[in-house]
Design a protein. Structure first.
Ligand code: SF4
Length: 469
């Protein structure tokens, strides 16, 4: 078991974040002043913040110092612990001790890729990626008026549950009846709030789950209700995350196209049929190609596809092959996600040091970034997830100046988002990102579909109050 003893500070959260880069599921034990992880090899580290502002991590044989400013105490203790764990395990998580979900913000704060690499031990190629993407995000934000409101409509249902899914979504094979009810409640909630909205709608994104999971009639009803209730002008960016290609039908494409929708996400995750079947996704690579071709025939000119590096059952070459096939399809947007197979419940230090899986995925992601950039794509938004092993990032790429503005509004926490449906998070942004008074307030919906349906009116009222409507 690894045990980190905290001295002179109480940065449990940050310390656990750094331990998580190396070992799974660290526990913050505030009563005993430690962070530990039972499944890790035996390592004892004392992590101390001295009154002078010097942070030190001590093992029985070595001390790792970092001397920063007192205001940066949280970052200093993390950095000295990262140095110790990198040395002990031989692992070099690419984002260094930067564990937050928005590395582009920190990149812009530090001012240069070099400073980011230096202060947070971020690998230089990742530091450059964060700077480049952060600068793209800033430019895109200029296109999203802060006075506008951005809308999210959530459909947390899928035709089957992918083996790797950690999202709050329901497999409709067990909840078919609820899907219809859910649509009614979603329309009810939109109808309760829409007449009160006095702001222009800048972007609208319907995500999931799999929003095209509804049958043709219900999907068409939902699209019509959205356009009937909300004031969506021609300049509003509307994106439908259709998701699974097998749920995309001619009637659904027509329902969207009839309202002028031009942006759609068709997400294969992999173009390998064997993997798709083993992941329980119930569609083939050919279904993806068919859906893309049909969407194009309906005038969808910005098609995004999500792909995942590190899928179970796949090698790095499989992932590179998937990326190549989608690049050949000439999509406007490709989003690269990263996932790691779960590490074994318990590993020895030798196991940890011999585990090159993270390195393989990391190299494959770098190769795919190069392929995308060679094909004319540019990274335009990125984020990290806490539970992604070794903390690799997810990045959206676009070509031909087709970024999804909603993604940038949402991921940067720089614009207001009003979210409809179960599981969505609404947010209000006060003052501009990067200013001293900048802050974000959030209002959650119910994550539970049944609870959402029982309390639709109450939840709508709460959101209206939150936005002062
Ligand atoms: S499509 Fe996405 S949300 Fe649905 S089960 Fe698969 S991973 Fe989860």
């Amino acid at each position: 078991m690894i045990k980190v003893i905290l001295k002179g500070h109480d940065k449990y959260y940050g310390i656990a974040d750094v331990v998580r880069l190396f070992f799974p599921s660290p526990v913050e034990d505030k009563e005993n002043g430690i962070v530990y992880c039972k499944s890790a090899p035996d390592i004892l580290i004392e992590n101390e913040l001295l009154p002078t502002g010097l942070a030190v991590s001590r093992t029985d044989s070595k001390e790792y110092f970092y001397d920063g400013t007192p205001e940066e105490a949280g970052r200093e203790v993390k950095r000295s612990l990262y140095m110790a764990l990198a040395d002990i395990t031989g692992m070099r998580p690419p984002w260094g001790c930067l564990t937050g979900i928005r590395p582009t913000l920190v990149a812009l704060e530090t001012g240069s890729a070099g400073a980011l690499a230096d202060r947070f031990l971020v690998r230089p190629d990742k530091a450059r990626h964060a700077m480049k993407t952060g600068q793209a995000e800033l430019k895109i934000l200029e296109r999203i008026d802060p006075d506008d409101i951005n809308i999210y409509i959530g459909v947390p249902f899928c035709p089957s549950r992918c083996e790797y899914c950690s999202f709050v979504s329901s497999d409709i094979s067990h909840h078919m009846g609820r899907l219809k009810d859910y649509k009614e409640h979603l329309i009810e909630e939109i109808g309760l709030i829409a007449p009160k909205i006095r702001r222009r709608i800048g972007t609208l994104y319907m995500g999931g789950g799999t929003p095209t999971v509804f049958d043709d009639g219900d999907f068409t009803d939902l699209i019509e209700a959205i356009y009937g209730e909300l004031s969506i002008d021609d300049g509003c960016e509307v994106t439908i995350e259709a998701g699974r290609p097998d749920t995309i039908t001619t009637a659904k494409l027509k329902a969207m196209a009839d309202h002028g929708i031009k942006r759609i996400c068709i997400n294969p995750q992999t173009m390998n049929d064997t993997t798709l079947a083993r992941l329980n996704r119930r569609h083939t690579a050919q279904d993806t190609v068919r859906a893309i071709e049909e969407a194009r025939s309906f005038g969808f000119d910005v098609i995004n596809s999500d792909i995942i590096a590190g899928l179970k059952y796949e090698t790095a070459d499989d992932f590179i092959d998937t990326a190549g096939k989608l690049i050949d399809l000439d999509l406007a947007n490709i989003t690269v996600h990263t996932l790691y197979k779960k590490r074994r419940a318990s590993m020895s230090l030798e196991d940890v040091m011999a585990n090159d899986e993270a390195g393989d995925v990391d190299k494959a992601v770098t190769t795919v970034y190069e392929m995308l950039e060679e094909a004319g794509y540019k990274p335009y938004y990125m984020y990290k997830q806490k539970d992604t092993g070794h903390g690799l990032e997810n990045t959206g790429f676009e070509k031909g100046n087709t970024p999804c503005l909603y993604n940038v509004a949402m991921m940067t926490d720089a614009r207001d988002v009003l979210s409809f449906g179960a599981g969505g998070m609404s947010k209000r942004v006060f003052d501009q990102l990067g200013t001293a008074k900048y802050r974000v307030e959030r209002c959650s919906s119910s994550k539970d579909v049944l609870d959402y349906m029982m309390r639709t009116e109450e939840i709508a009222r709460k959101k209206a109050d939150f936005f002062g409507l």
